[in-house]
Design a binder for this molecule. Structure first.
Ligand code: F6P
Length: 384
């Protein structure tokens, strides 16, 4: 029997977090439950500060569906098994999980709704195994790379932002007859690069799932050049890597951070394009712009569906797990199917195939060839 629940948001933010919180709060209040927000991941349960644990009422979530960010705050330095604690003027890692679970129970919470990505959901599951009574995870990440669900909220908004940037870059690239190399987020998966690249008519899309050969990339640029197309747009996922090479990192994993920081591949690709083709090339990194702004309509709907489903599963079952989307339907997926796994772009994906059939170069096949190795018919090549 559920009477009092807690909700938190962890890891990098994603558009739609506030819509999920609103859906959780309204649907829980409607069931007669009390709802509390734990601020900044688990900080509200670890640090004894009344501002970090907030009662959520109907008025707390008014007018927030369309807002980016999260009213609860987030962190990717909040692992309770490795929590940064100040001791004698230095920051040291401490396992505060036991205290956290005790506090959760002392406060009378019957369940936690944890809104987060792979890291946050892994932690939520670990806390569940260690003693939290019930946990429902809600899959969040702009990267769209969580296993156990077909889609995560935030992804469509990030794609829309990146697509908009590509649309804008076309005119300046064309005006100056330059190559523009745009780095997008996505960590070890190429979903954002693939979707934004296709929607924004990129000529070349480089994703982590396909190691790229820079010579193939340059071939495509030269072929366009030969046809009088003196500019090109290259979208490169932050996790893309050259054949036999490595991903490019900007910073290694800090003691308390969730991940090492990817970044810098666009500049490398741009430098090599200039060196090999002589074309003037510029690079830019879209970065955290992709995590900001109002969620687009599909992300709002998905967030509201997932948030209400989270309380529904708490009310109607005694299970824990992640609310997920499978073939359009909401399900509850066991954490065992999610934890520690990521979902990358399948190489036989129809979307990838669509790109190839449109003549997009993925840095592997000779530019302009189909999957079966044949060349596209002349009408297609005219627009290459
Ligand atoms: O996982 C979401 C994401 O935005 C990745 O695409 C990116 O690599 C990472 O987070 C950046 O995280 P931050 O800069 O917040 O540490």
């Amino acid at each position: 029997m559920i009477r009092k629940i807690a909700v938190n948001t962890g890891g990098g933010d994603a558009p739609g977090l506030n819509a999920v919180i609103r859906a959780v709060v309204i649907s829980a209040l409607w069931r007669g439950w009390e709802v509390w927000g734990i601020r900044h991941g688990y900080r509200g349960l670890i640090v004894d500060d009344p501002n970090d644990l907030v009662r959520l009422e109907r008025r707390s979530v008014r007018g927030i569906t369309h807002l980016g960010g999260t009213i609860l705050g987030s962190t990717n330095r909040g692992d309770p098994y490795h929590y940064p604690v100040e001791v004698d003027g230095t920051t040291q890692p401490m396992d505060v999980s036991g205290r956290l679970i005790e506090r959760f129970k002392e406060l009378g919470f019957d369940a936690l709704i944890a809104i987060g990505g792979d890291g946050s959901l892994k932690l939520a599951n670990r806390l569940l195994e260690q003693g939290l009574p019930r946990v429902i995870g809600v899959p969040k990440t702009i990267d769209n790379d969580l296993a156990g669900t077909d889609v995560t909220f935030g992804f469509q908004t990030a794609v829309a932002t990146a697509t908009d940037a590509l649309d804008k870059l076309h005119s300046t690239a064309q005006a100056h007859e330059r190559v523009m190399v745009v780095e997008v987020m996505g960590r070890y998966a190429g979903w954002i690069a693939l979707y934004a690249g296709l929607a924004g008519s990129a000529d070349i899309i480089l994703i982590p799932e396909i190691e790229f050969d820079i010579e193939r990339v340059c071939e495509k640029i030269r072929r366009r050049e030969a046809r009088g197309r003196h500019f090109a747009i290259v979208v490169v996922a932050e996790g893309a890597k050259p054949k036999g090479g490595h991903m490019t990192f900007k910073a290694s994993k800090g003691e308390f951070s969730e991940h090492a920081q990817l970044g810098g591949i666009a500049q490398q690709v741009a430098d090599q394009i200039t060196a090999r083709t002589g074309k003037e090339t510029r690079s830019l990194v879209l970065g955290h712009l992709q995590r900001g702004g109002s969620p687009v309509t599909p992300d709002r709907i998905l967030s509201l569906r997932l948030g209400t489903a989270a309380t529904k599963y708490l009310a109607e079952t005694d299970r824990s797990g992640m609310v997920s989307v499978r073939h359009g339907e909401i399900e509850l997926t066991p954490f065992s199917e999610v934890a520690g796994k990521i979902r990358t772009v399948p190489l036989d994906s129809d979307t990838l195939r669509t790109g190839r059939d449109l003549g997009v170069c993925f840095g592997d096949e000779p530019a302009g060839t189909f999957l079966d190795g044949t060349m596209p018919p002349p009408p297609l090549r005219r627009y290459d």
